[in-house]
Design a protein around this ligand. Structure first.
Ligand code: CP
Length: 332
């Protein structure tokens, strides 16, 4: 394992091994200190609670030292494009940033959200890939424009803990949110669900389809692993008989570069696309999942997120254990 960027870089056996290692960390059976005397940089272009705290704690618990940098905040603003005349607001190029940083640390974690400006560019994850290109040390994706693999591995761990190792009927449902959000979490959740062989149903309104190329990859992984994928626009029937409800809002790729268009369009979707008790009653007593942060009574009602079937806090805890497994594998 050279980098940790997307779960589909790894075979099923490798991601199964990561879940087993994460479970051992959680049980206290694994007391390895593979980071003793080593530092790991955590570069945050965007805010975070769970990712930042769980990475910082995890690195400490593995014996290491986290170095947190926030370009444009606690470190210089960064340019990542090649050949740019840097006479604007960017102070340092990512080439120097990475080449300097890797002289100090053993790995670099990067959080860099989509800006929702240019779909064809952002779908290629340009900033994350610039880190990969210029670093000789492992790069860990802490949520990029297109993927959040640490989150999806914690999600898979949580489903397995709560419902067992067999494949489940899993619903990924779009939810209303006042403004468009990046697609990294739904992309990675759908991809990992397919890799773990679940029967995946993806519900979204017209205009909010996932990336076509990624959707084909998800179908391929599902077929290869004994699962299935179906898509629906029916927000009521989507809940019928499922074991897992995963709610997440995302922006329309058709509205990249025109956020106001997305905001205006999604206003008409607000009433229907909330996860409430009536929808949960159609499920097979499903667990409720969300990556957090979540807007209560917008994405999900209080009664659902506060119910015993809500596992959102367990998902957040499992970030810690999964990331310790990833760090151990990358730096052993
Ligand atoms: N789920 C998640 O990544 O949370 P943060 O944005 O708080 O890190």
């Amino acid at each position: 394992m050279q980098n940790f960027l997307i779960t589909s870089d790894f075979r099923r056996s490798q991601i199964e091994d990561l879940l087993a290692s994460a479970a051992a960390f959680k049980d206290g059976a694994n007391e390895l200190k593979p980071l003793a005397g080593r530092s790991v940089a955590l570069v945050f272009f965007n805010p975070s609670l769970r990712t930042r705290a769980s990475m910082q704690v995890g690195i400490y618990e593995l014996g290491g030292n986290p170095v947190i940098l926030e370009p444009g905040g606690t470190s210089w603003t960064l340019e990542h494009r090649e050949g740019v005349v840097m006479d604007g607001d960017k102070t340092e190029h990512l080439k120097e940033f990475v080449r300097v940083l890797e002289r100090y640390v053993s790995a670099i974690g990067v959080r860099t959200f989509a800006e929702l400006k240019d779909w064809e560019t952002e779908r290629t994850d340009p900033i994350l890939n610039a880190f990969v290109e210029h670093s000789t040390k492992p790069i860990i994706n802490l949520e990029s424009a297109m993927h959040h693999p640490c989150q999806s591995m914690a999600d898979m761990m949580t489903i397995r803990e709560k419902l067992g190792p067999e494949k489940k009927k899993v619903l990924l449902t779009w939810a209303w949110h006042p403004k468009p959000l990046p697609m990294a979490v739904p992309n990675s959740f759908a991809l990992a669900s397919a890799q773990f062989g679940h029967d995946l149903r993806i519900a979204h309104p017209d205009g909010y389809a996932l990336d076509e190329e990624l959707a084909e990859q998800i179908k391929g992984h599902a077929t290869a692993n004994g699962g299935s994928v179906e898509f629906t626009n029916d927000v009521e029937a989507a809940f019928d008989g499922v074991d897992v409800v995963y709610a997440k809002s995302w922006g329309s790729k058709d509205c990249y570069g025109n956020v106001d268009k997305d905001i205006a369009f999604r206003l008409g979707l607000r009433k229907d696309w909330i996860v409430d008790q009536a929808k949960m009653a159609r499920t097979n007593d499903a667990i409720f999942m969300h990556c957090l942060p979540v807007r209560r009574n917008v994405i999900v009602t209080d009664s659902v997120i506060d119910s015993p079937k809500s596992v959102v806090i367990d998902q957040a805890e499992n970030r810690l254990h999964v990331q310790k497994a990833v760090l151990t594998e990358l730096l052993k």
